[in-house]
Design a protein around this ligand. Structure first.
Ligand SMILES: Cc1cc2nc3c(=O)[nH]c(=O)nc-3n(C[C@H](O)[C@H](O)[C@H](O)COP(=O)(O)OP(=O)(O)OC[C@H]3O[C@@H](n4cnc5c(N)ncnc54)[C@H](O)[C@@H]3O)c2cc1C
Length: 477
């Protein structure tokens, strides 16, 4: 793979104009990592196309010189997905941020991939619609990043994650060819190539446009805050609610460390002495909602909830969601660094995995908080560390690895929504056999035969190990 030489830079300037190219080392420092700050490495050049035509021309120019690239949306990823590894060029979609058309009759919207997630909902909410996948980073993250990570969010328990809401894609292949995948109708035949691109973490090319499904706002909500003495009782309540047949729109948990951090930061009125809280949101037709809310309240009490509070109006509901969605921000007050893990277990294993997390926290002498999508069994242990202290970075990495191994042993998965990136590439062989990984590589090569699109991510390659400033794990396959 080649570097960027002055003639290529000239060619890129001719396509994009100088204002859409950053090549000064000091300015490129901004792009040296995403939310996974353990590993850092700057690109040699940042390219910001405004249209599909520019994007395609840029990728064709890079292809002619055999230069690898890394796609980037807003850089809010939590697994190092847009870390430039052996990829001198970073292609950022932030200027491709137009909502191209809204079709309420068919409940769909067409957007460029750099559109911020929340802007889609903002554009349609006056007509009573929303875009369902709502990551807690939705004020910043882009639809392209969501598609690449198959993102979820608090309200995906009932509505499904990104892959359930993407109808069609315009994908620019690594050689610059523009292809259309999927279509505007709900039912399709043939191989699900949209499904193959969603969650591929930018290893199949760059998504330029997407047709997304719109969801009708439910008639009403009931949002409850249930407080528990500990995470054990709270997780038992989660299993009981789901087993009862009531499917909340969202079912989120925060443990004591996180509750305290959120309270100290935002003073939203969470019970600071609780061992854990659940935010449970029921939605749907008004008829029957109160009865379901009563039933859920009773279930939480029978599991040991010390108090259950129903949000009395939209303002109280918004406050609860503010607390939940800003939890990661609040954690920034607790330690100089933190790594947000992302594993999945069957819901009934939640008490067990939380005990494992407590044991891991003691073993590595690191504080770990938990704020997560309990209804999905999707955990987010937040491992606090201080990179200035010798050995702490490695301990944080090892602690995360131990937690993920336990998730897999319980029949779970390596990621619910944050992706594999560089962070978990070493753990892929724990979940997939060499044959599985070979098939994934072959599928990837249909789109990207030369491994130029986000190299070194998701699928471990034989013998691949990239030197960066922090310790990296060897990836055997
Ligand atoms: C505070 C906080 C809360 C979060 N909460 C959630 C949550 O609740 N649920 C959740 O799922 N995630 C969450 N995340 C993680 C993150 O926001 C998501 O993974 C998001 O989808 C990343 O979008 P982005 O635009 O920032 O992508 P980036 O971080 O820029 O990129 C992510 C990956 O997508 C690739 N990529 C980006 N754009 C494209 C494109 N157009 N075509 C092809 N590949 C592309 C990149 O190469 C990279 O591999 C959270 C992050 C933070 C910081």
């Amino acid at each position: 793979m080649n570097a960027i030489d002055p003639t290529l830079l000239e060619e890129l300037r001719a396509i994009l104009g100088s204002e859409a190219i950053v090549s000064r080392a000091t300015e490129l420092k901004v792009y040296e990592c995403d939310g996974w700050t353990v590993e850092k490495s700057s690109p040699d050049v940042l390219l910001m196309p405004s249209t599909t035509a520019q994007l395609s021309a840029v990728m064709a120019a890079l292809s002619r010189r055999n230069v690898a690239f890394v796609p980037r949306g807003a850089g809010t990823g939590l697994s190092g997905g847009c870390l430039p590894l052996n990829a001198p060029a970073m292609i950022c979609t932030s200027k491709m941020n137009r909502i191209l058309g809204i079709d309420y009759d068919n409940r769909r919207v067409e957007v460029e991939s750099g559109v911020v997630n929340l802007h889609v909902t903002n554009a349609v909410k006056a007509r009573g619609y929303f875009y369902a996948p709502d990551p807690s980073s939705q004020v910043a993250c882009t639809i392209g990043g969501n598609i690449a990570e198959n993102s979820g969010g608090p309200h995906t328990l009932k509505n499904g994650v990104t892959t359930n809401h993407v109808l069609a894609l315009e994908l620019v292949l690594p050689d610059g060819e523009i292809v259309e995948l999927g279509g505007p109708t709900e039912e399709r035949c043939g191989y699900d190539l949209v499904g193959a691109v969603v969650g591929a973490e930018g290893t199949t090319g760059i998504v330029a446009r997407a047709t997304l499904r719109l969801t009708r706002e439910p008639e009403n909500h009931r949002t409850l805050l249930a407080s528990f003495p500990d995470v054990d009782t709270a997780t038992r309540a989660v299993s009981m609610i789901i087993a009862s047949g009531i499917l909340p729109g969202a079912l989120e948990m925060m443990d004591q460390l996180i509750i305290r951090a959120v309270e100290d930061a935002f003073h939203v009125g969470l019970p600071a002495d609780a061992g854990a809280v659940l935010i449970i949101e029921l939605d749907g037709l008004e008829a029957g909602l109160s009865a379901s809310a009563d039933a859920v309240a009773q279930m939480t009490q029978s599991c040991g909830a010390t108090s259950v509070k129903l949000a009395s109006d939209e303002a109280e509901r918004a406050l609860l969601w503010k607390a939940r969605k800003r939890a990661f921000g609040a954690v920034g007050r607790l330690a100089p660094n933190y790594a947000t893990q992302d594993g999945v277990v069957p819901r009934t294993c939640l008490p067990q995995i939380l005990r494992v997390i407590t044991a891991v926290s003691r073993r590595y002498d690191l504080r770990i908080g938990n704020v997560f999508h309990a209804g999905d069994g999707n955990l987010h242990p937040v491992i606090l560390y201080d990179e200035r202290e010798p050995g702490q970075v490695q301990r944080a990495i090892d602690a995360g690895r131990d937690i993920l191994k336990a998730c897999i042993e319980m029949g779970g998965s390596l990621t619910g929504e944050h992706g594999i990136g560089v962070e978990k590439i070493g753990e892929m062989p724990l979940l997939f056999s060499p044959d599985d990984l070979r098939v994934m590589t072959e599928l990837r090569h249909v789109f990207d035969p030369m491994n130029r699109s986000n190299p070194g991510k998701v699928i471990p390659e034989a013998g691949a190990c990239v030197e960066v400033s922090t310790p990296r794990r060897q990836v055997p396959i």
